[in-house]
Unconditional design. Structure first.
Length: 414
């Protein structure tokens, strides 16, 4: 395998985070995204020792960032013994390879970073299978490109079958991808059958969804009396958890704890983890959970993206309840301030605040769930949408917003 291909051992030590911003009118939102990237890198046990941010109306073709910034990263890497460069932008295979050669460091983007965290937290075969599928989808074109460069002077020889040596390895990757897709498709059918069997029991399903570290598993435990493992690391929950709960004489429900979201979640990850999202799509009610102690701008971003993501998965707005967790750690009037800051009336969705740790207003949330279930029962059931997640082109770089720095206006070096 070519030496440029990354191994897990590279994900140790120190890292630099990078972003190419493409919207000069935004001076704040890019910072929220960059801070989340930093938190994810630190969750892997890496020390973030610097950041490089460049603003341009579109990314450079060769490196995504300009050649001058690449030189700057190389100098920082040599000075501070940096092993890894992490990009918020999604990188083309050619950009990744050029950056590895130009910086002398291993390079990953946020898609690969998310997969690495998933891999560390995965404990069941299904999760590992989905992670491998997503990783191979990203790896295949990069490996093909790096192999072509590595074997530039290689020629077929006696008993070679008339082909280059790396062709067999590429075929093996393709076969592995095909096998995994077949296994996952079988599991999707099995998952849908399980969901259908649960529906036959007659219990409404309540799915706890939301962004990582919002306290989904803590709320799940508070609602059900369970004691599932809780961690401040992102993506502790990769495989769904289930528990039945009696609410009132007329209402017994099945609660489901699911995988967490991240900002700008790549649609290829949604497709790779379609089995997990099937629980959300089929739920009678979805609790969209947020951490009320997040800054208002962060909450506004997560609220908009969370509702949009649920819509893409196939969850209509009428099935959604907004819940703001950790009210015990917020000021007394936080609920009113958040409602005004986020313009919650505009969304026309029921909402409430809770503390899963202190068990504050859990009864109020259960009453709200019971009310929502009864309201939905009195409405005619619309036909269930047939949602298909379209695969994004693998070579489509991510565009991010930000402000303009005059020194970043470099000539196009494509």
């Amino acid at each position: 395998m070519p030496e440029e291909v990354r191994t897990k051992d590279a994900l140790k030590g120190r890292a630099i985070i990078c972003m190419m911003k493409t919207n000069v009118h935004d001076h704040k939102v890019y910072r929220v995204r960059l801070d989340e990237l930093k938190a994810l890198v630190q969750a892997l046990g890496l020390e973030v020792v610097g950041e490089v941010v460049q603003t341009r109306y579109r990314p450079f073709e060769k490196f995504c960032i300009g050649k001058g910034k690449v030189g700057e990263i190389r100098k920082q890497a040599e000075k501070h013994d940096i092993q890894l460069v992490v990009f918020y932008n999604l990188l083309k295979s050619s950009q990744k390879l050029n950056l590895i050669q130009g910086t002398g460091c291993d390079v990953i983007d946020r898609y690969e970073l998310t997969l690495e965290i998933f891999d560390q937290m995965a404990s069941d075969n299904l999760s590992k299978l989905q992670i491998e599928s997503a990783r191979l989808e990203k790896l295949a074109p990069f490996y093909k490109l790096s192999s072509n460069l590595h074997f530039t002077h290689d020629r077929p020889f006696f008993h070679s079958g008339g082909e280059y040596g790396f062709r067999g390895q590429l075929r093996e990757i393709s076969r592995r991808q095909s096998d995994i897709k077949e296994k996952i498709q079988d599991l999707v059918v099995e998952k849908k059958q399980q969901i259908e069997n649960r529906k036959k029991l007659g219990y409404p399903t309540i799915c706890v969804a939301g962004f990582y570290n919002a306290g989904k598993t803590s709320l799940f435990n508070a609602l059900t009396g369970e004691h599932k493992p809780v961690s401040n690391r992102p993506f502790t929950t990769l495989s769904s958890k289930y528990s039945k709960r009696y609410i009132d004489p007329e209402t017994t429900v099945m609660f489901i704890d699911t995988i967490g979201f991240v900002l700008d979640l790549d649609h290829r990850l949604i497709k790779s983890f379609q089995i997990n999202f099937e629980d959300i799509r089929s739920a009678d009610v979805v609790i969209l959970l947020f951490e009320i102690t997040d800054p208002p701008l962060t909450l506004k971003l997560k609220l908009g993206e969370g509702i949009s993501l649920l819509r893409d998965i196939g969850v209509p707005a009428e099935r959604v309840i907004l819940v703001f967790n950790k009210i015990d750690k917020a000021p007394t009037d936080a609920a009113n301030l958040i409602a005004e800051e986020l313009s919650l009336d505009h969304y026309d969705l029921p909402w409430t605040t809770v503390s899963s740790e202190k068990r504050t207003n859990i009864k109020g949330l259960l009453d709200l769930i019971a009310w929502k279930i009864k309201e939905l029962k009195n409405k005619p059931s619309p036909p269930e949408p047939d949602i298909k997640i379209e695969e994004l082109p693998e070579e489509n770089p991510e565009e991010v917003v930000g402000d303009l720095d005059p020194e970043d206006e470099e000539p196009d070096e494509s």
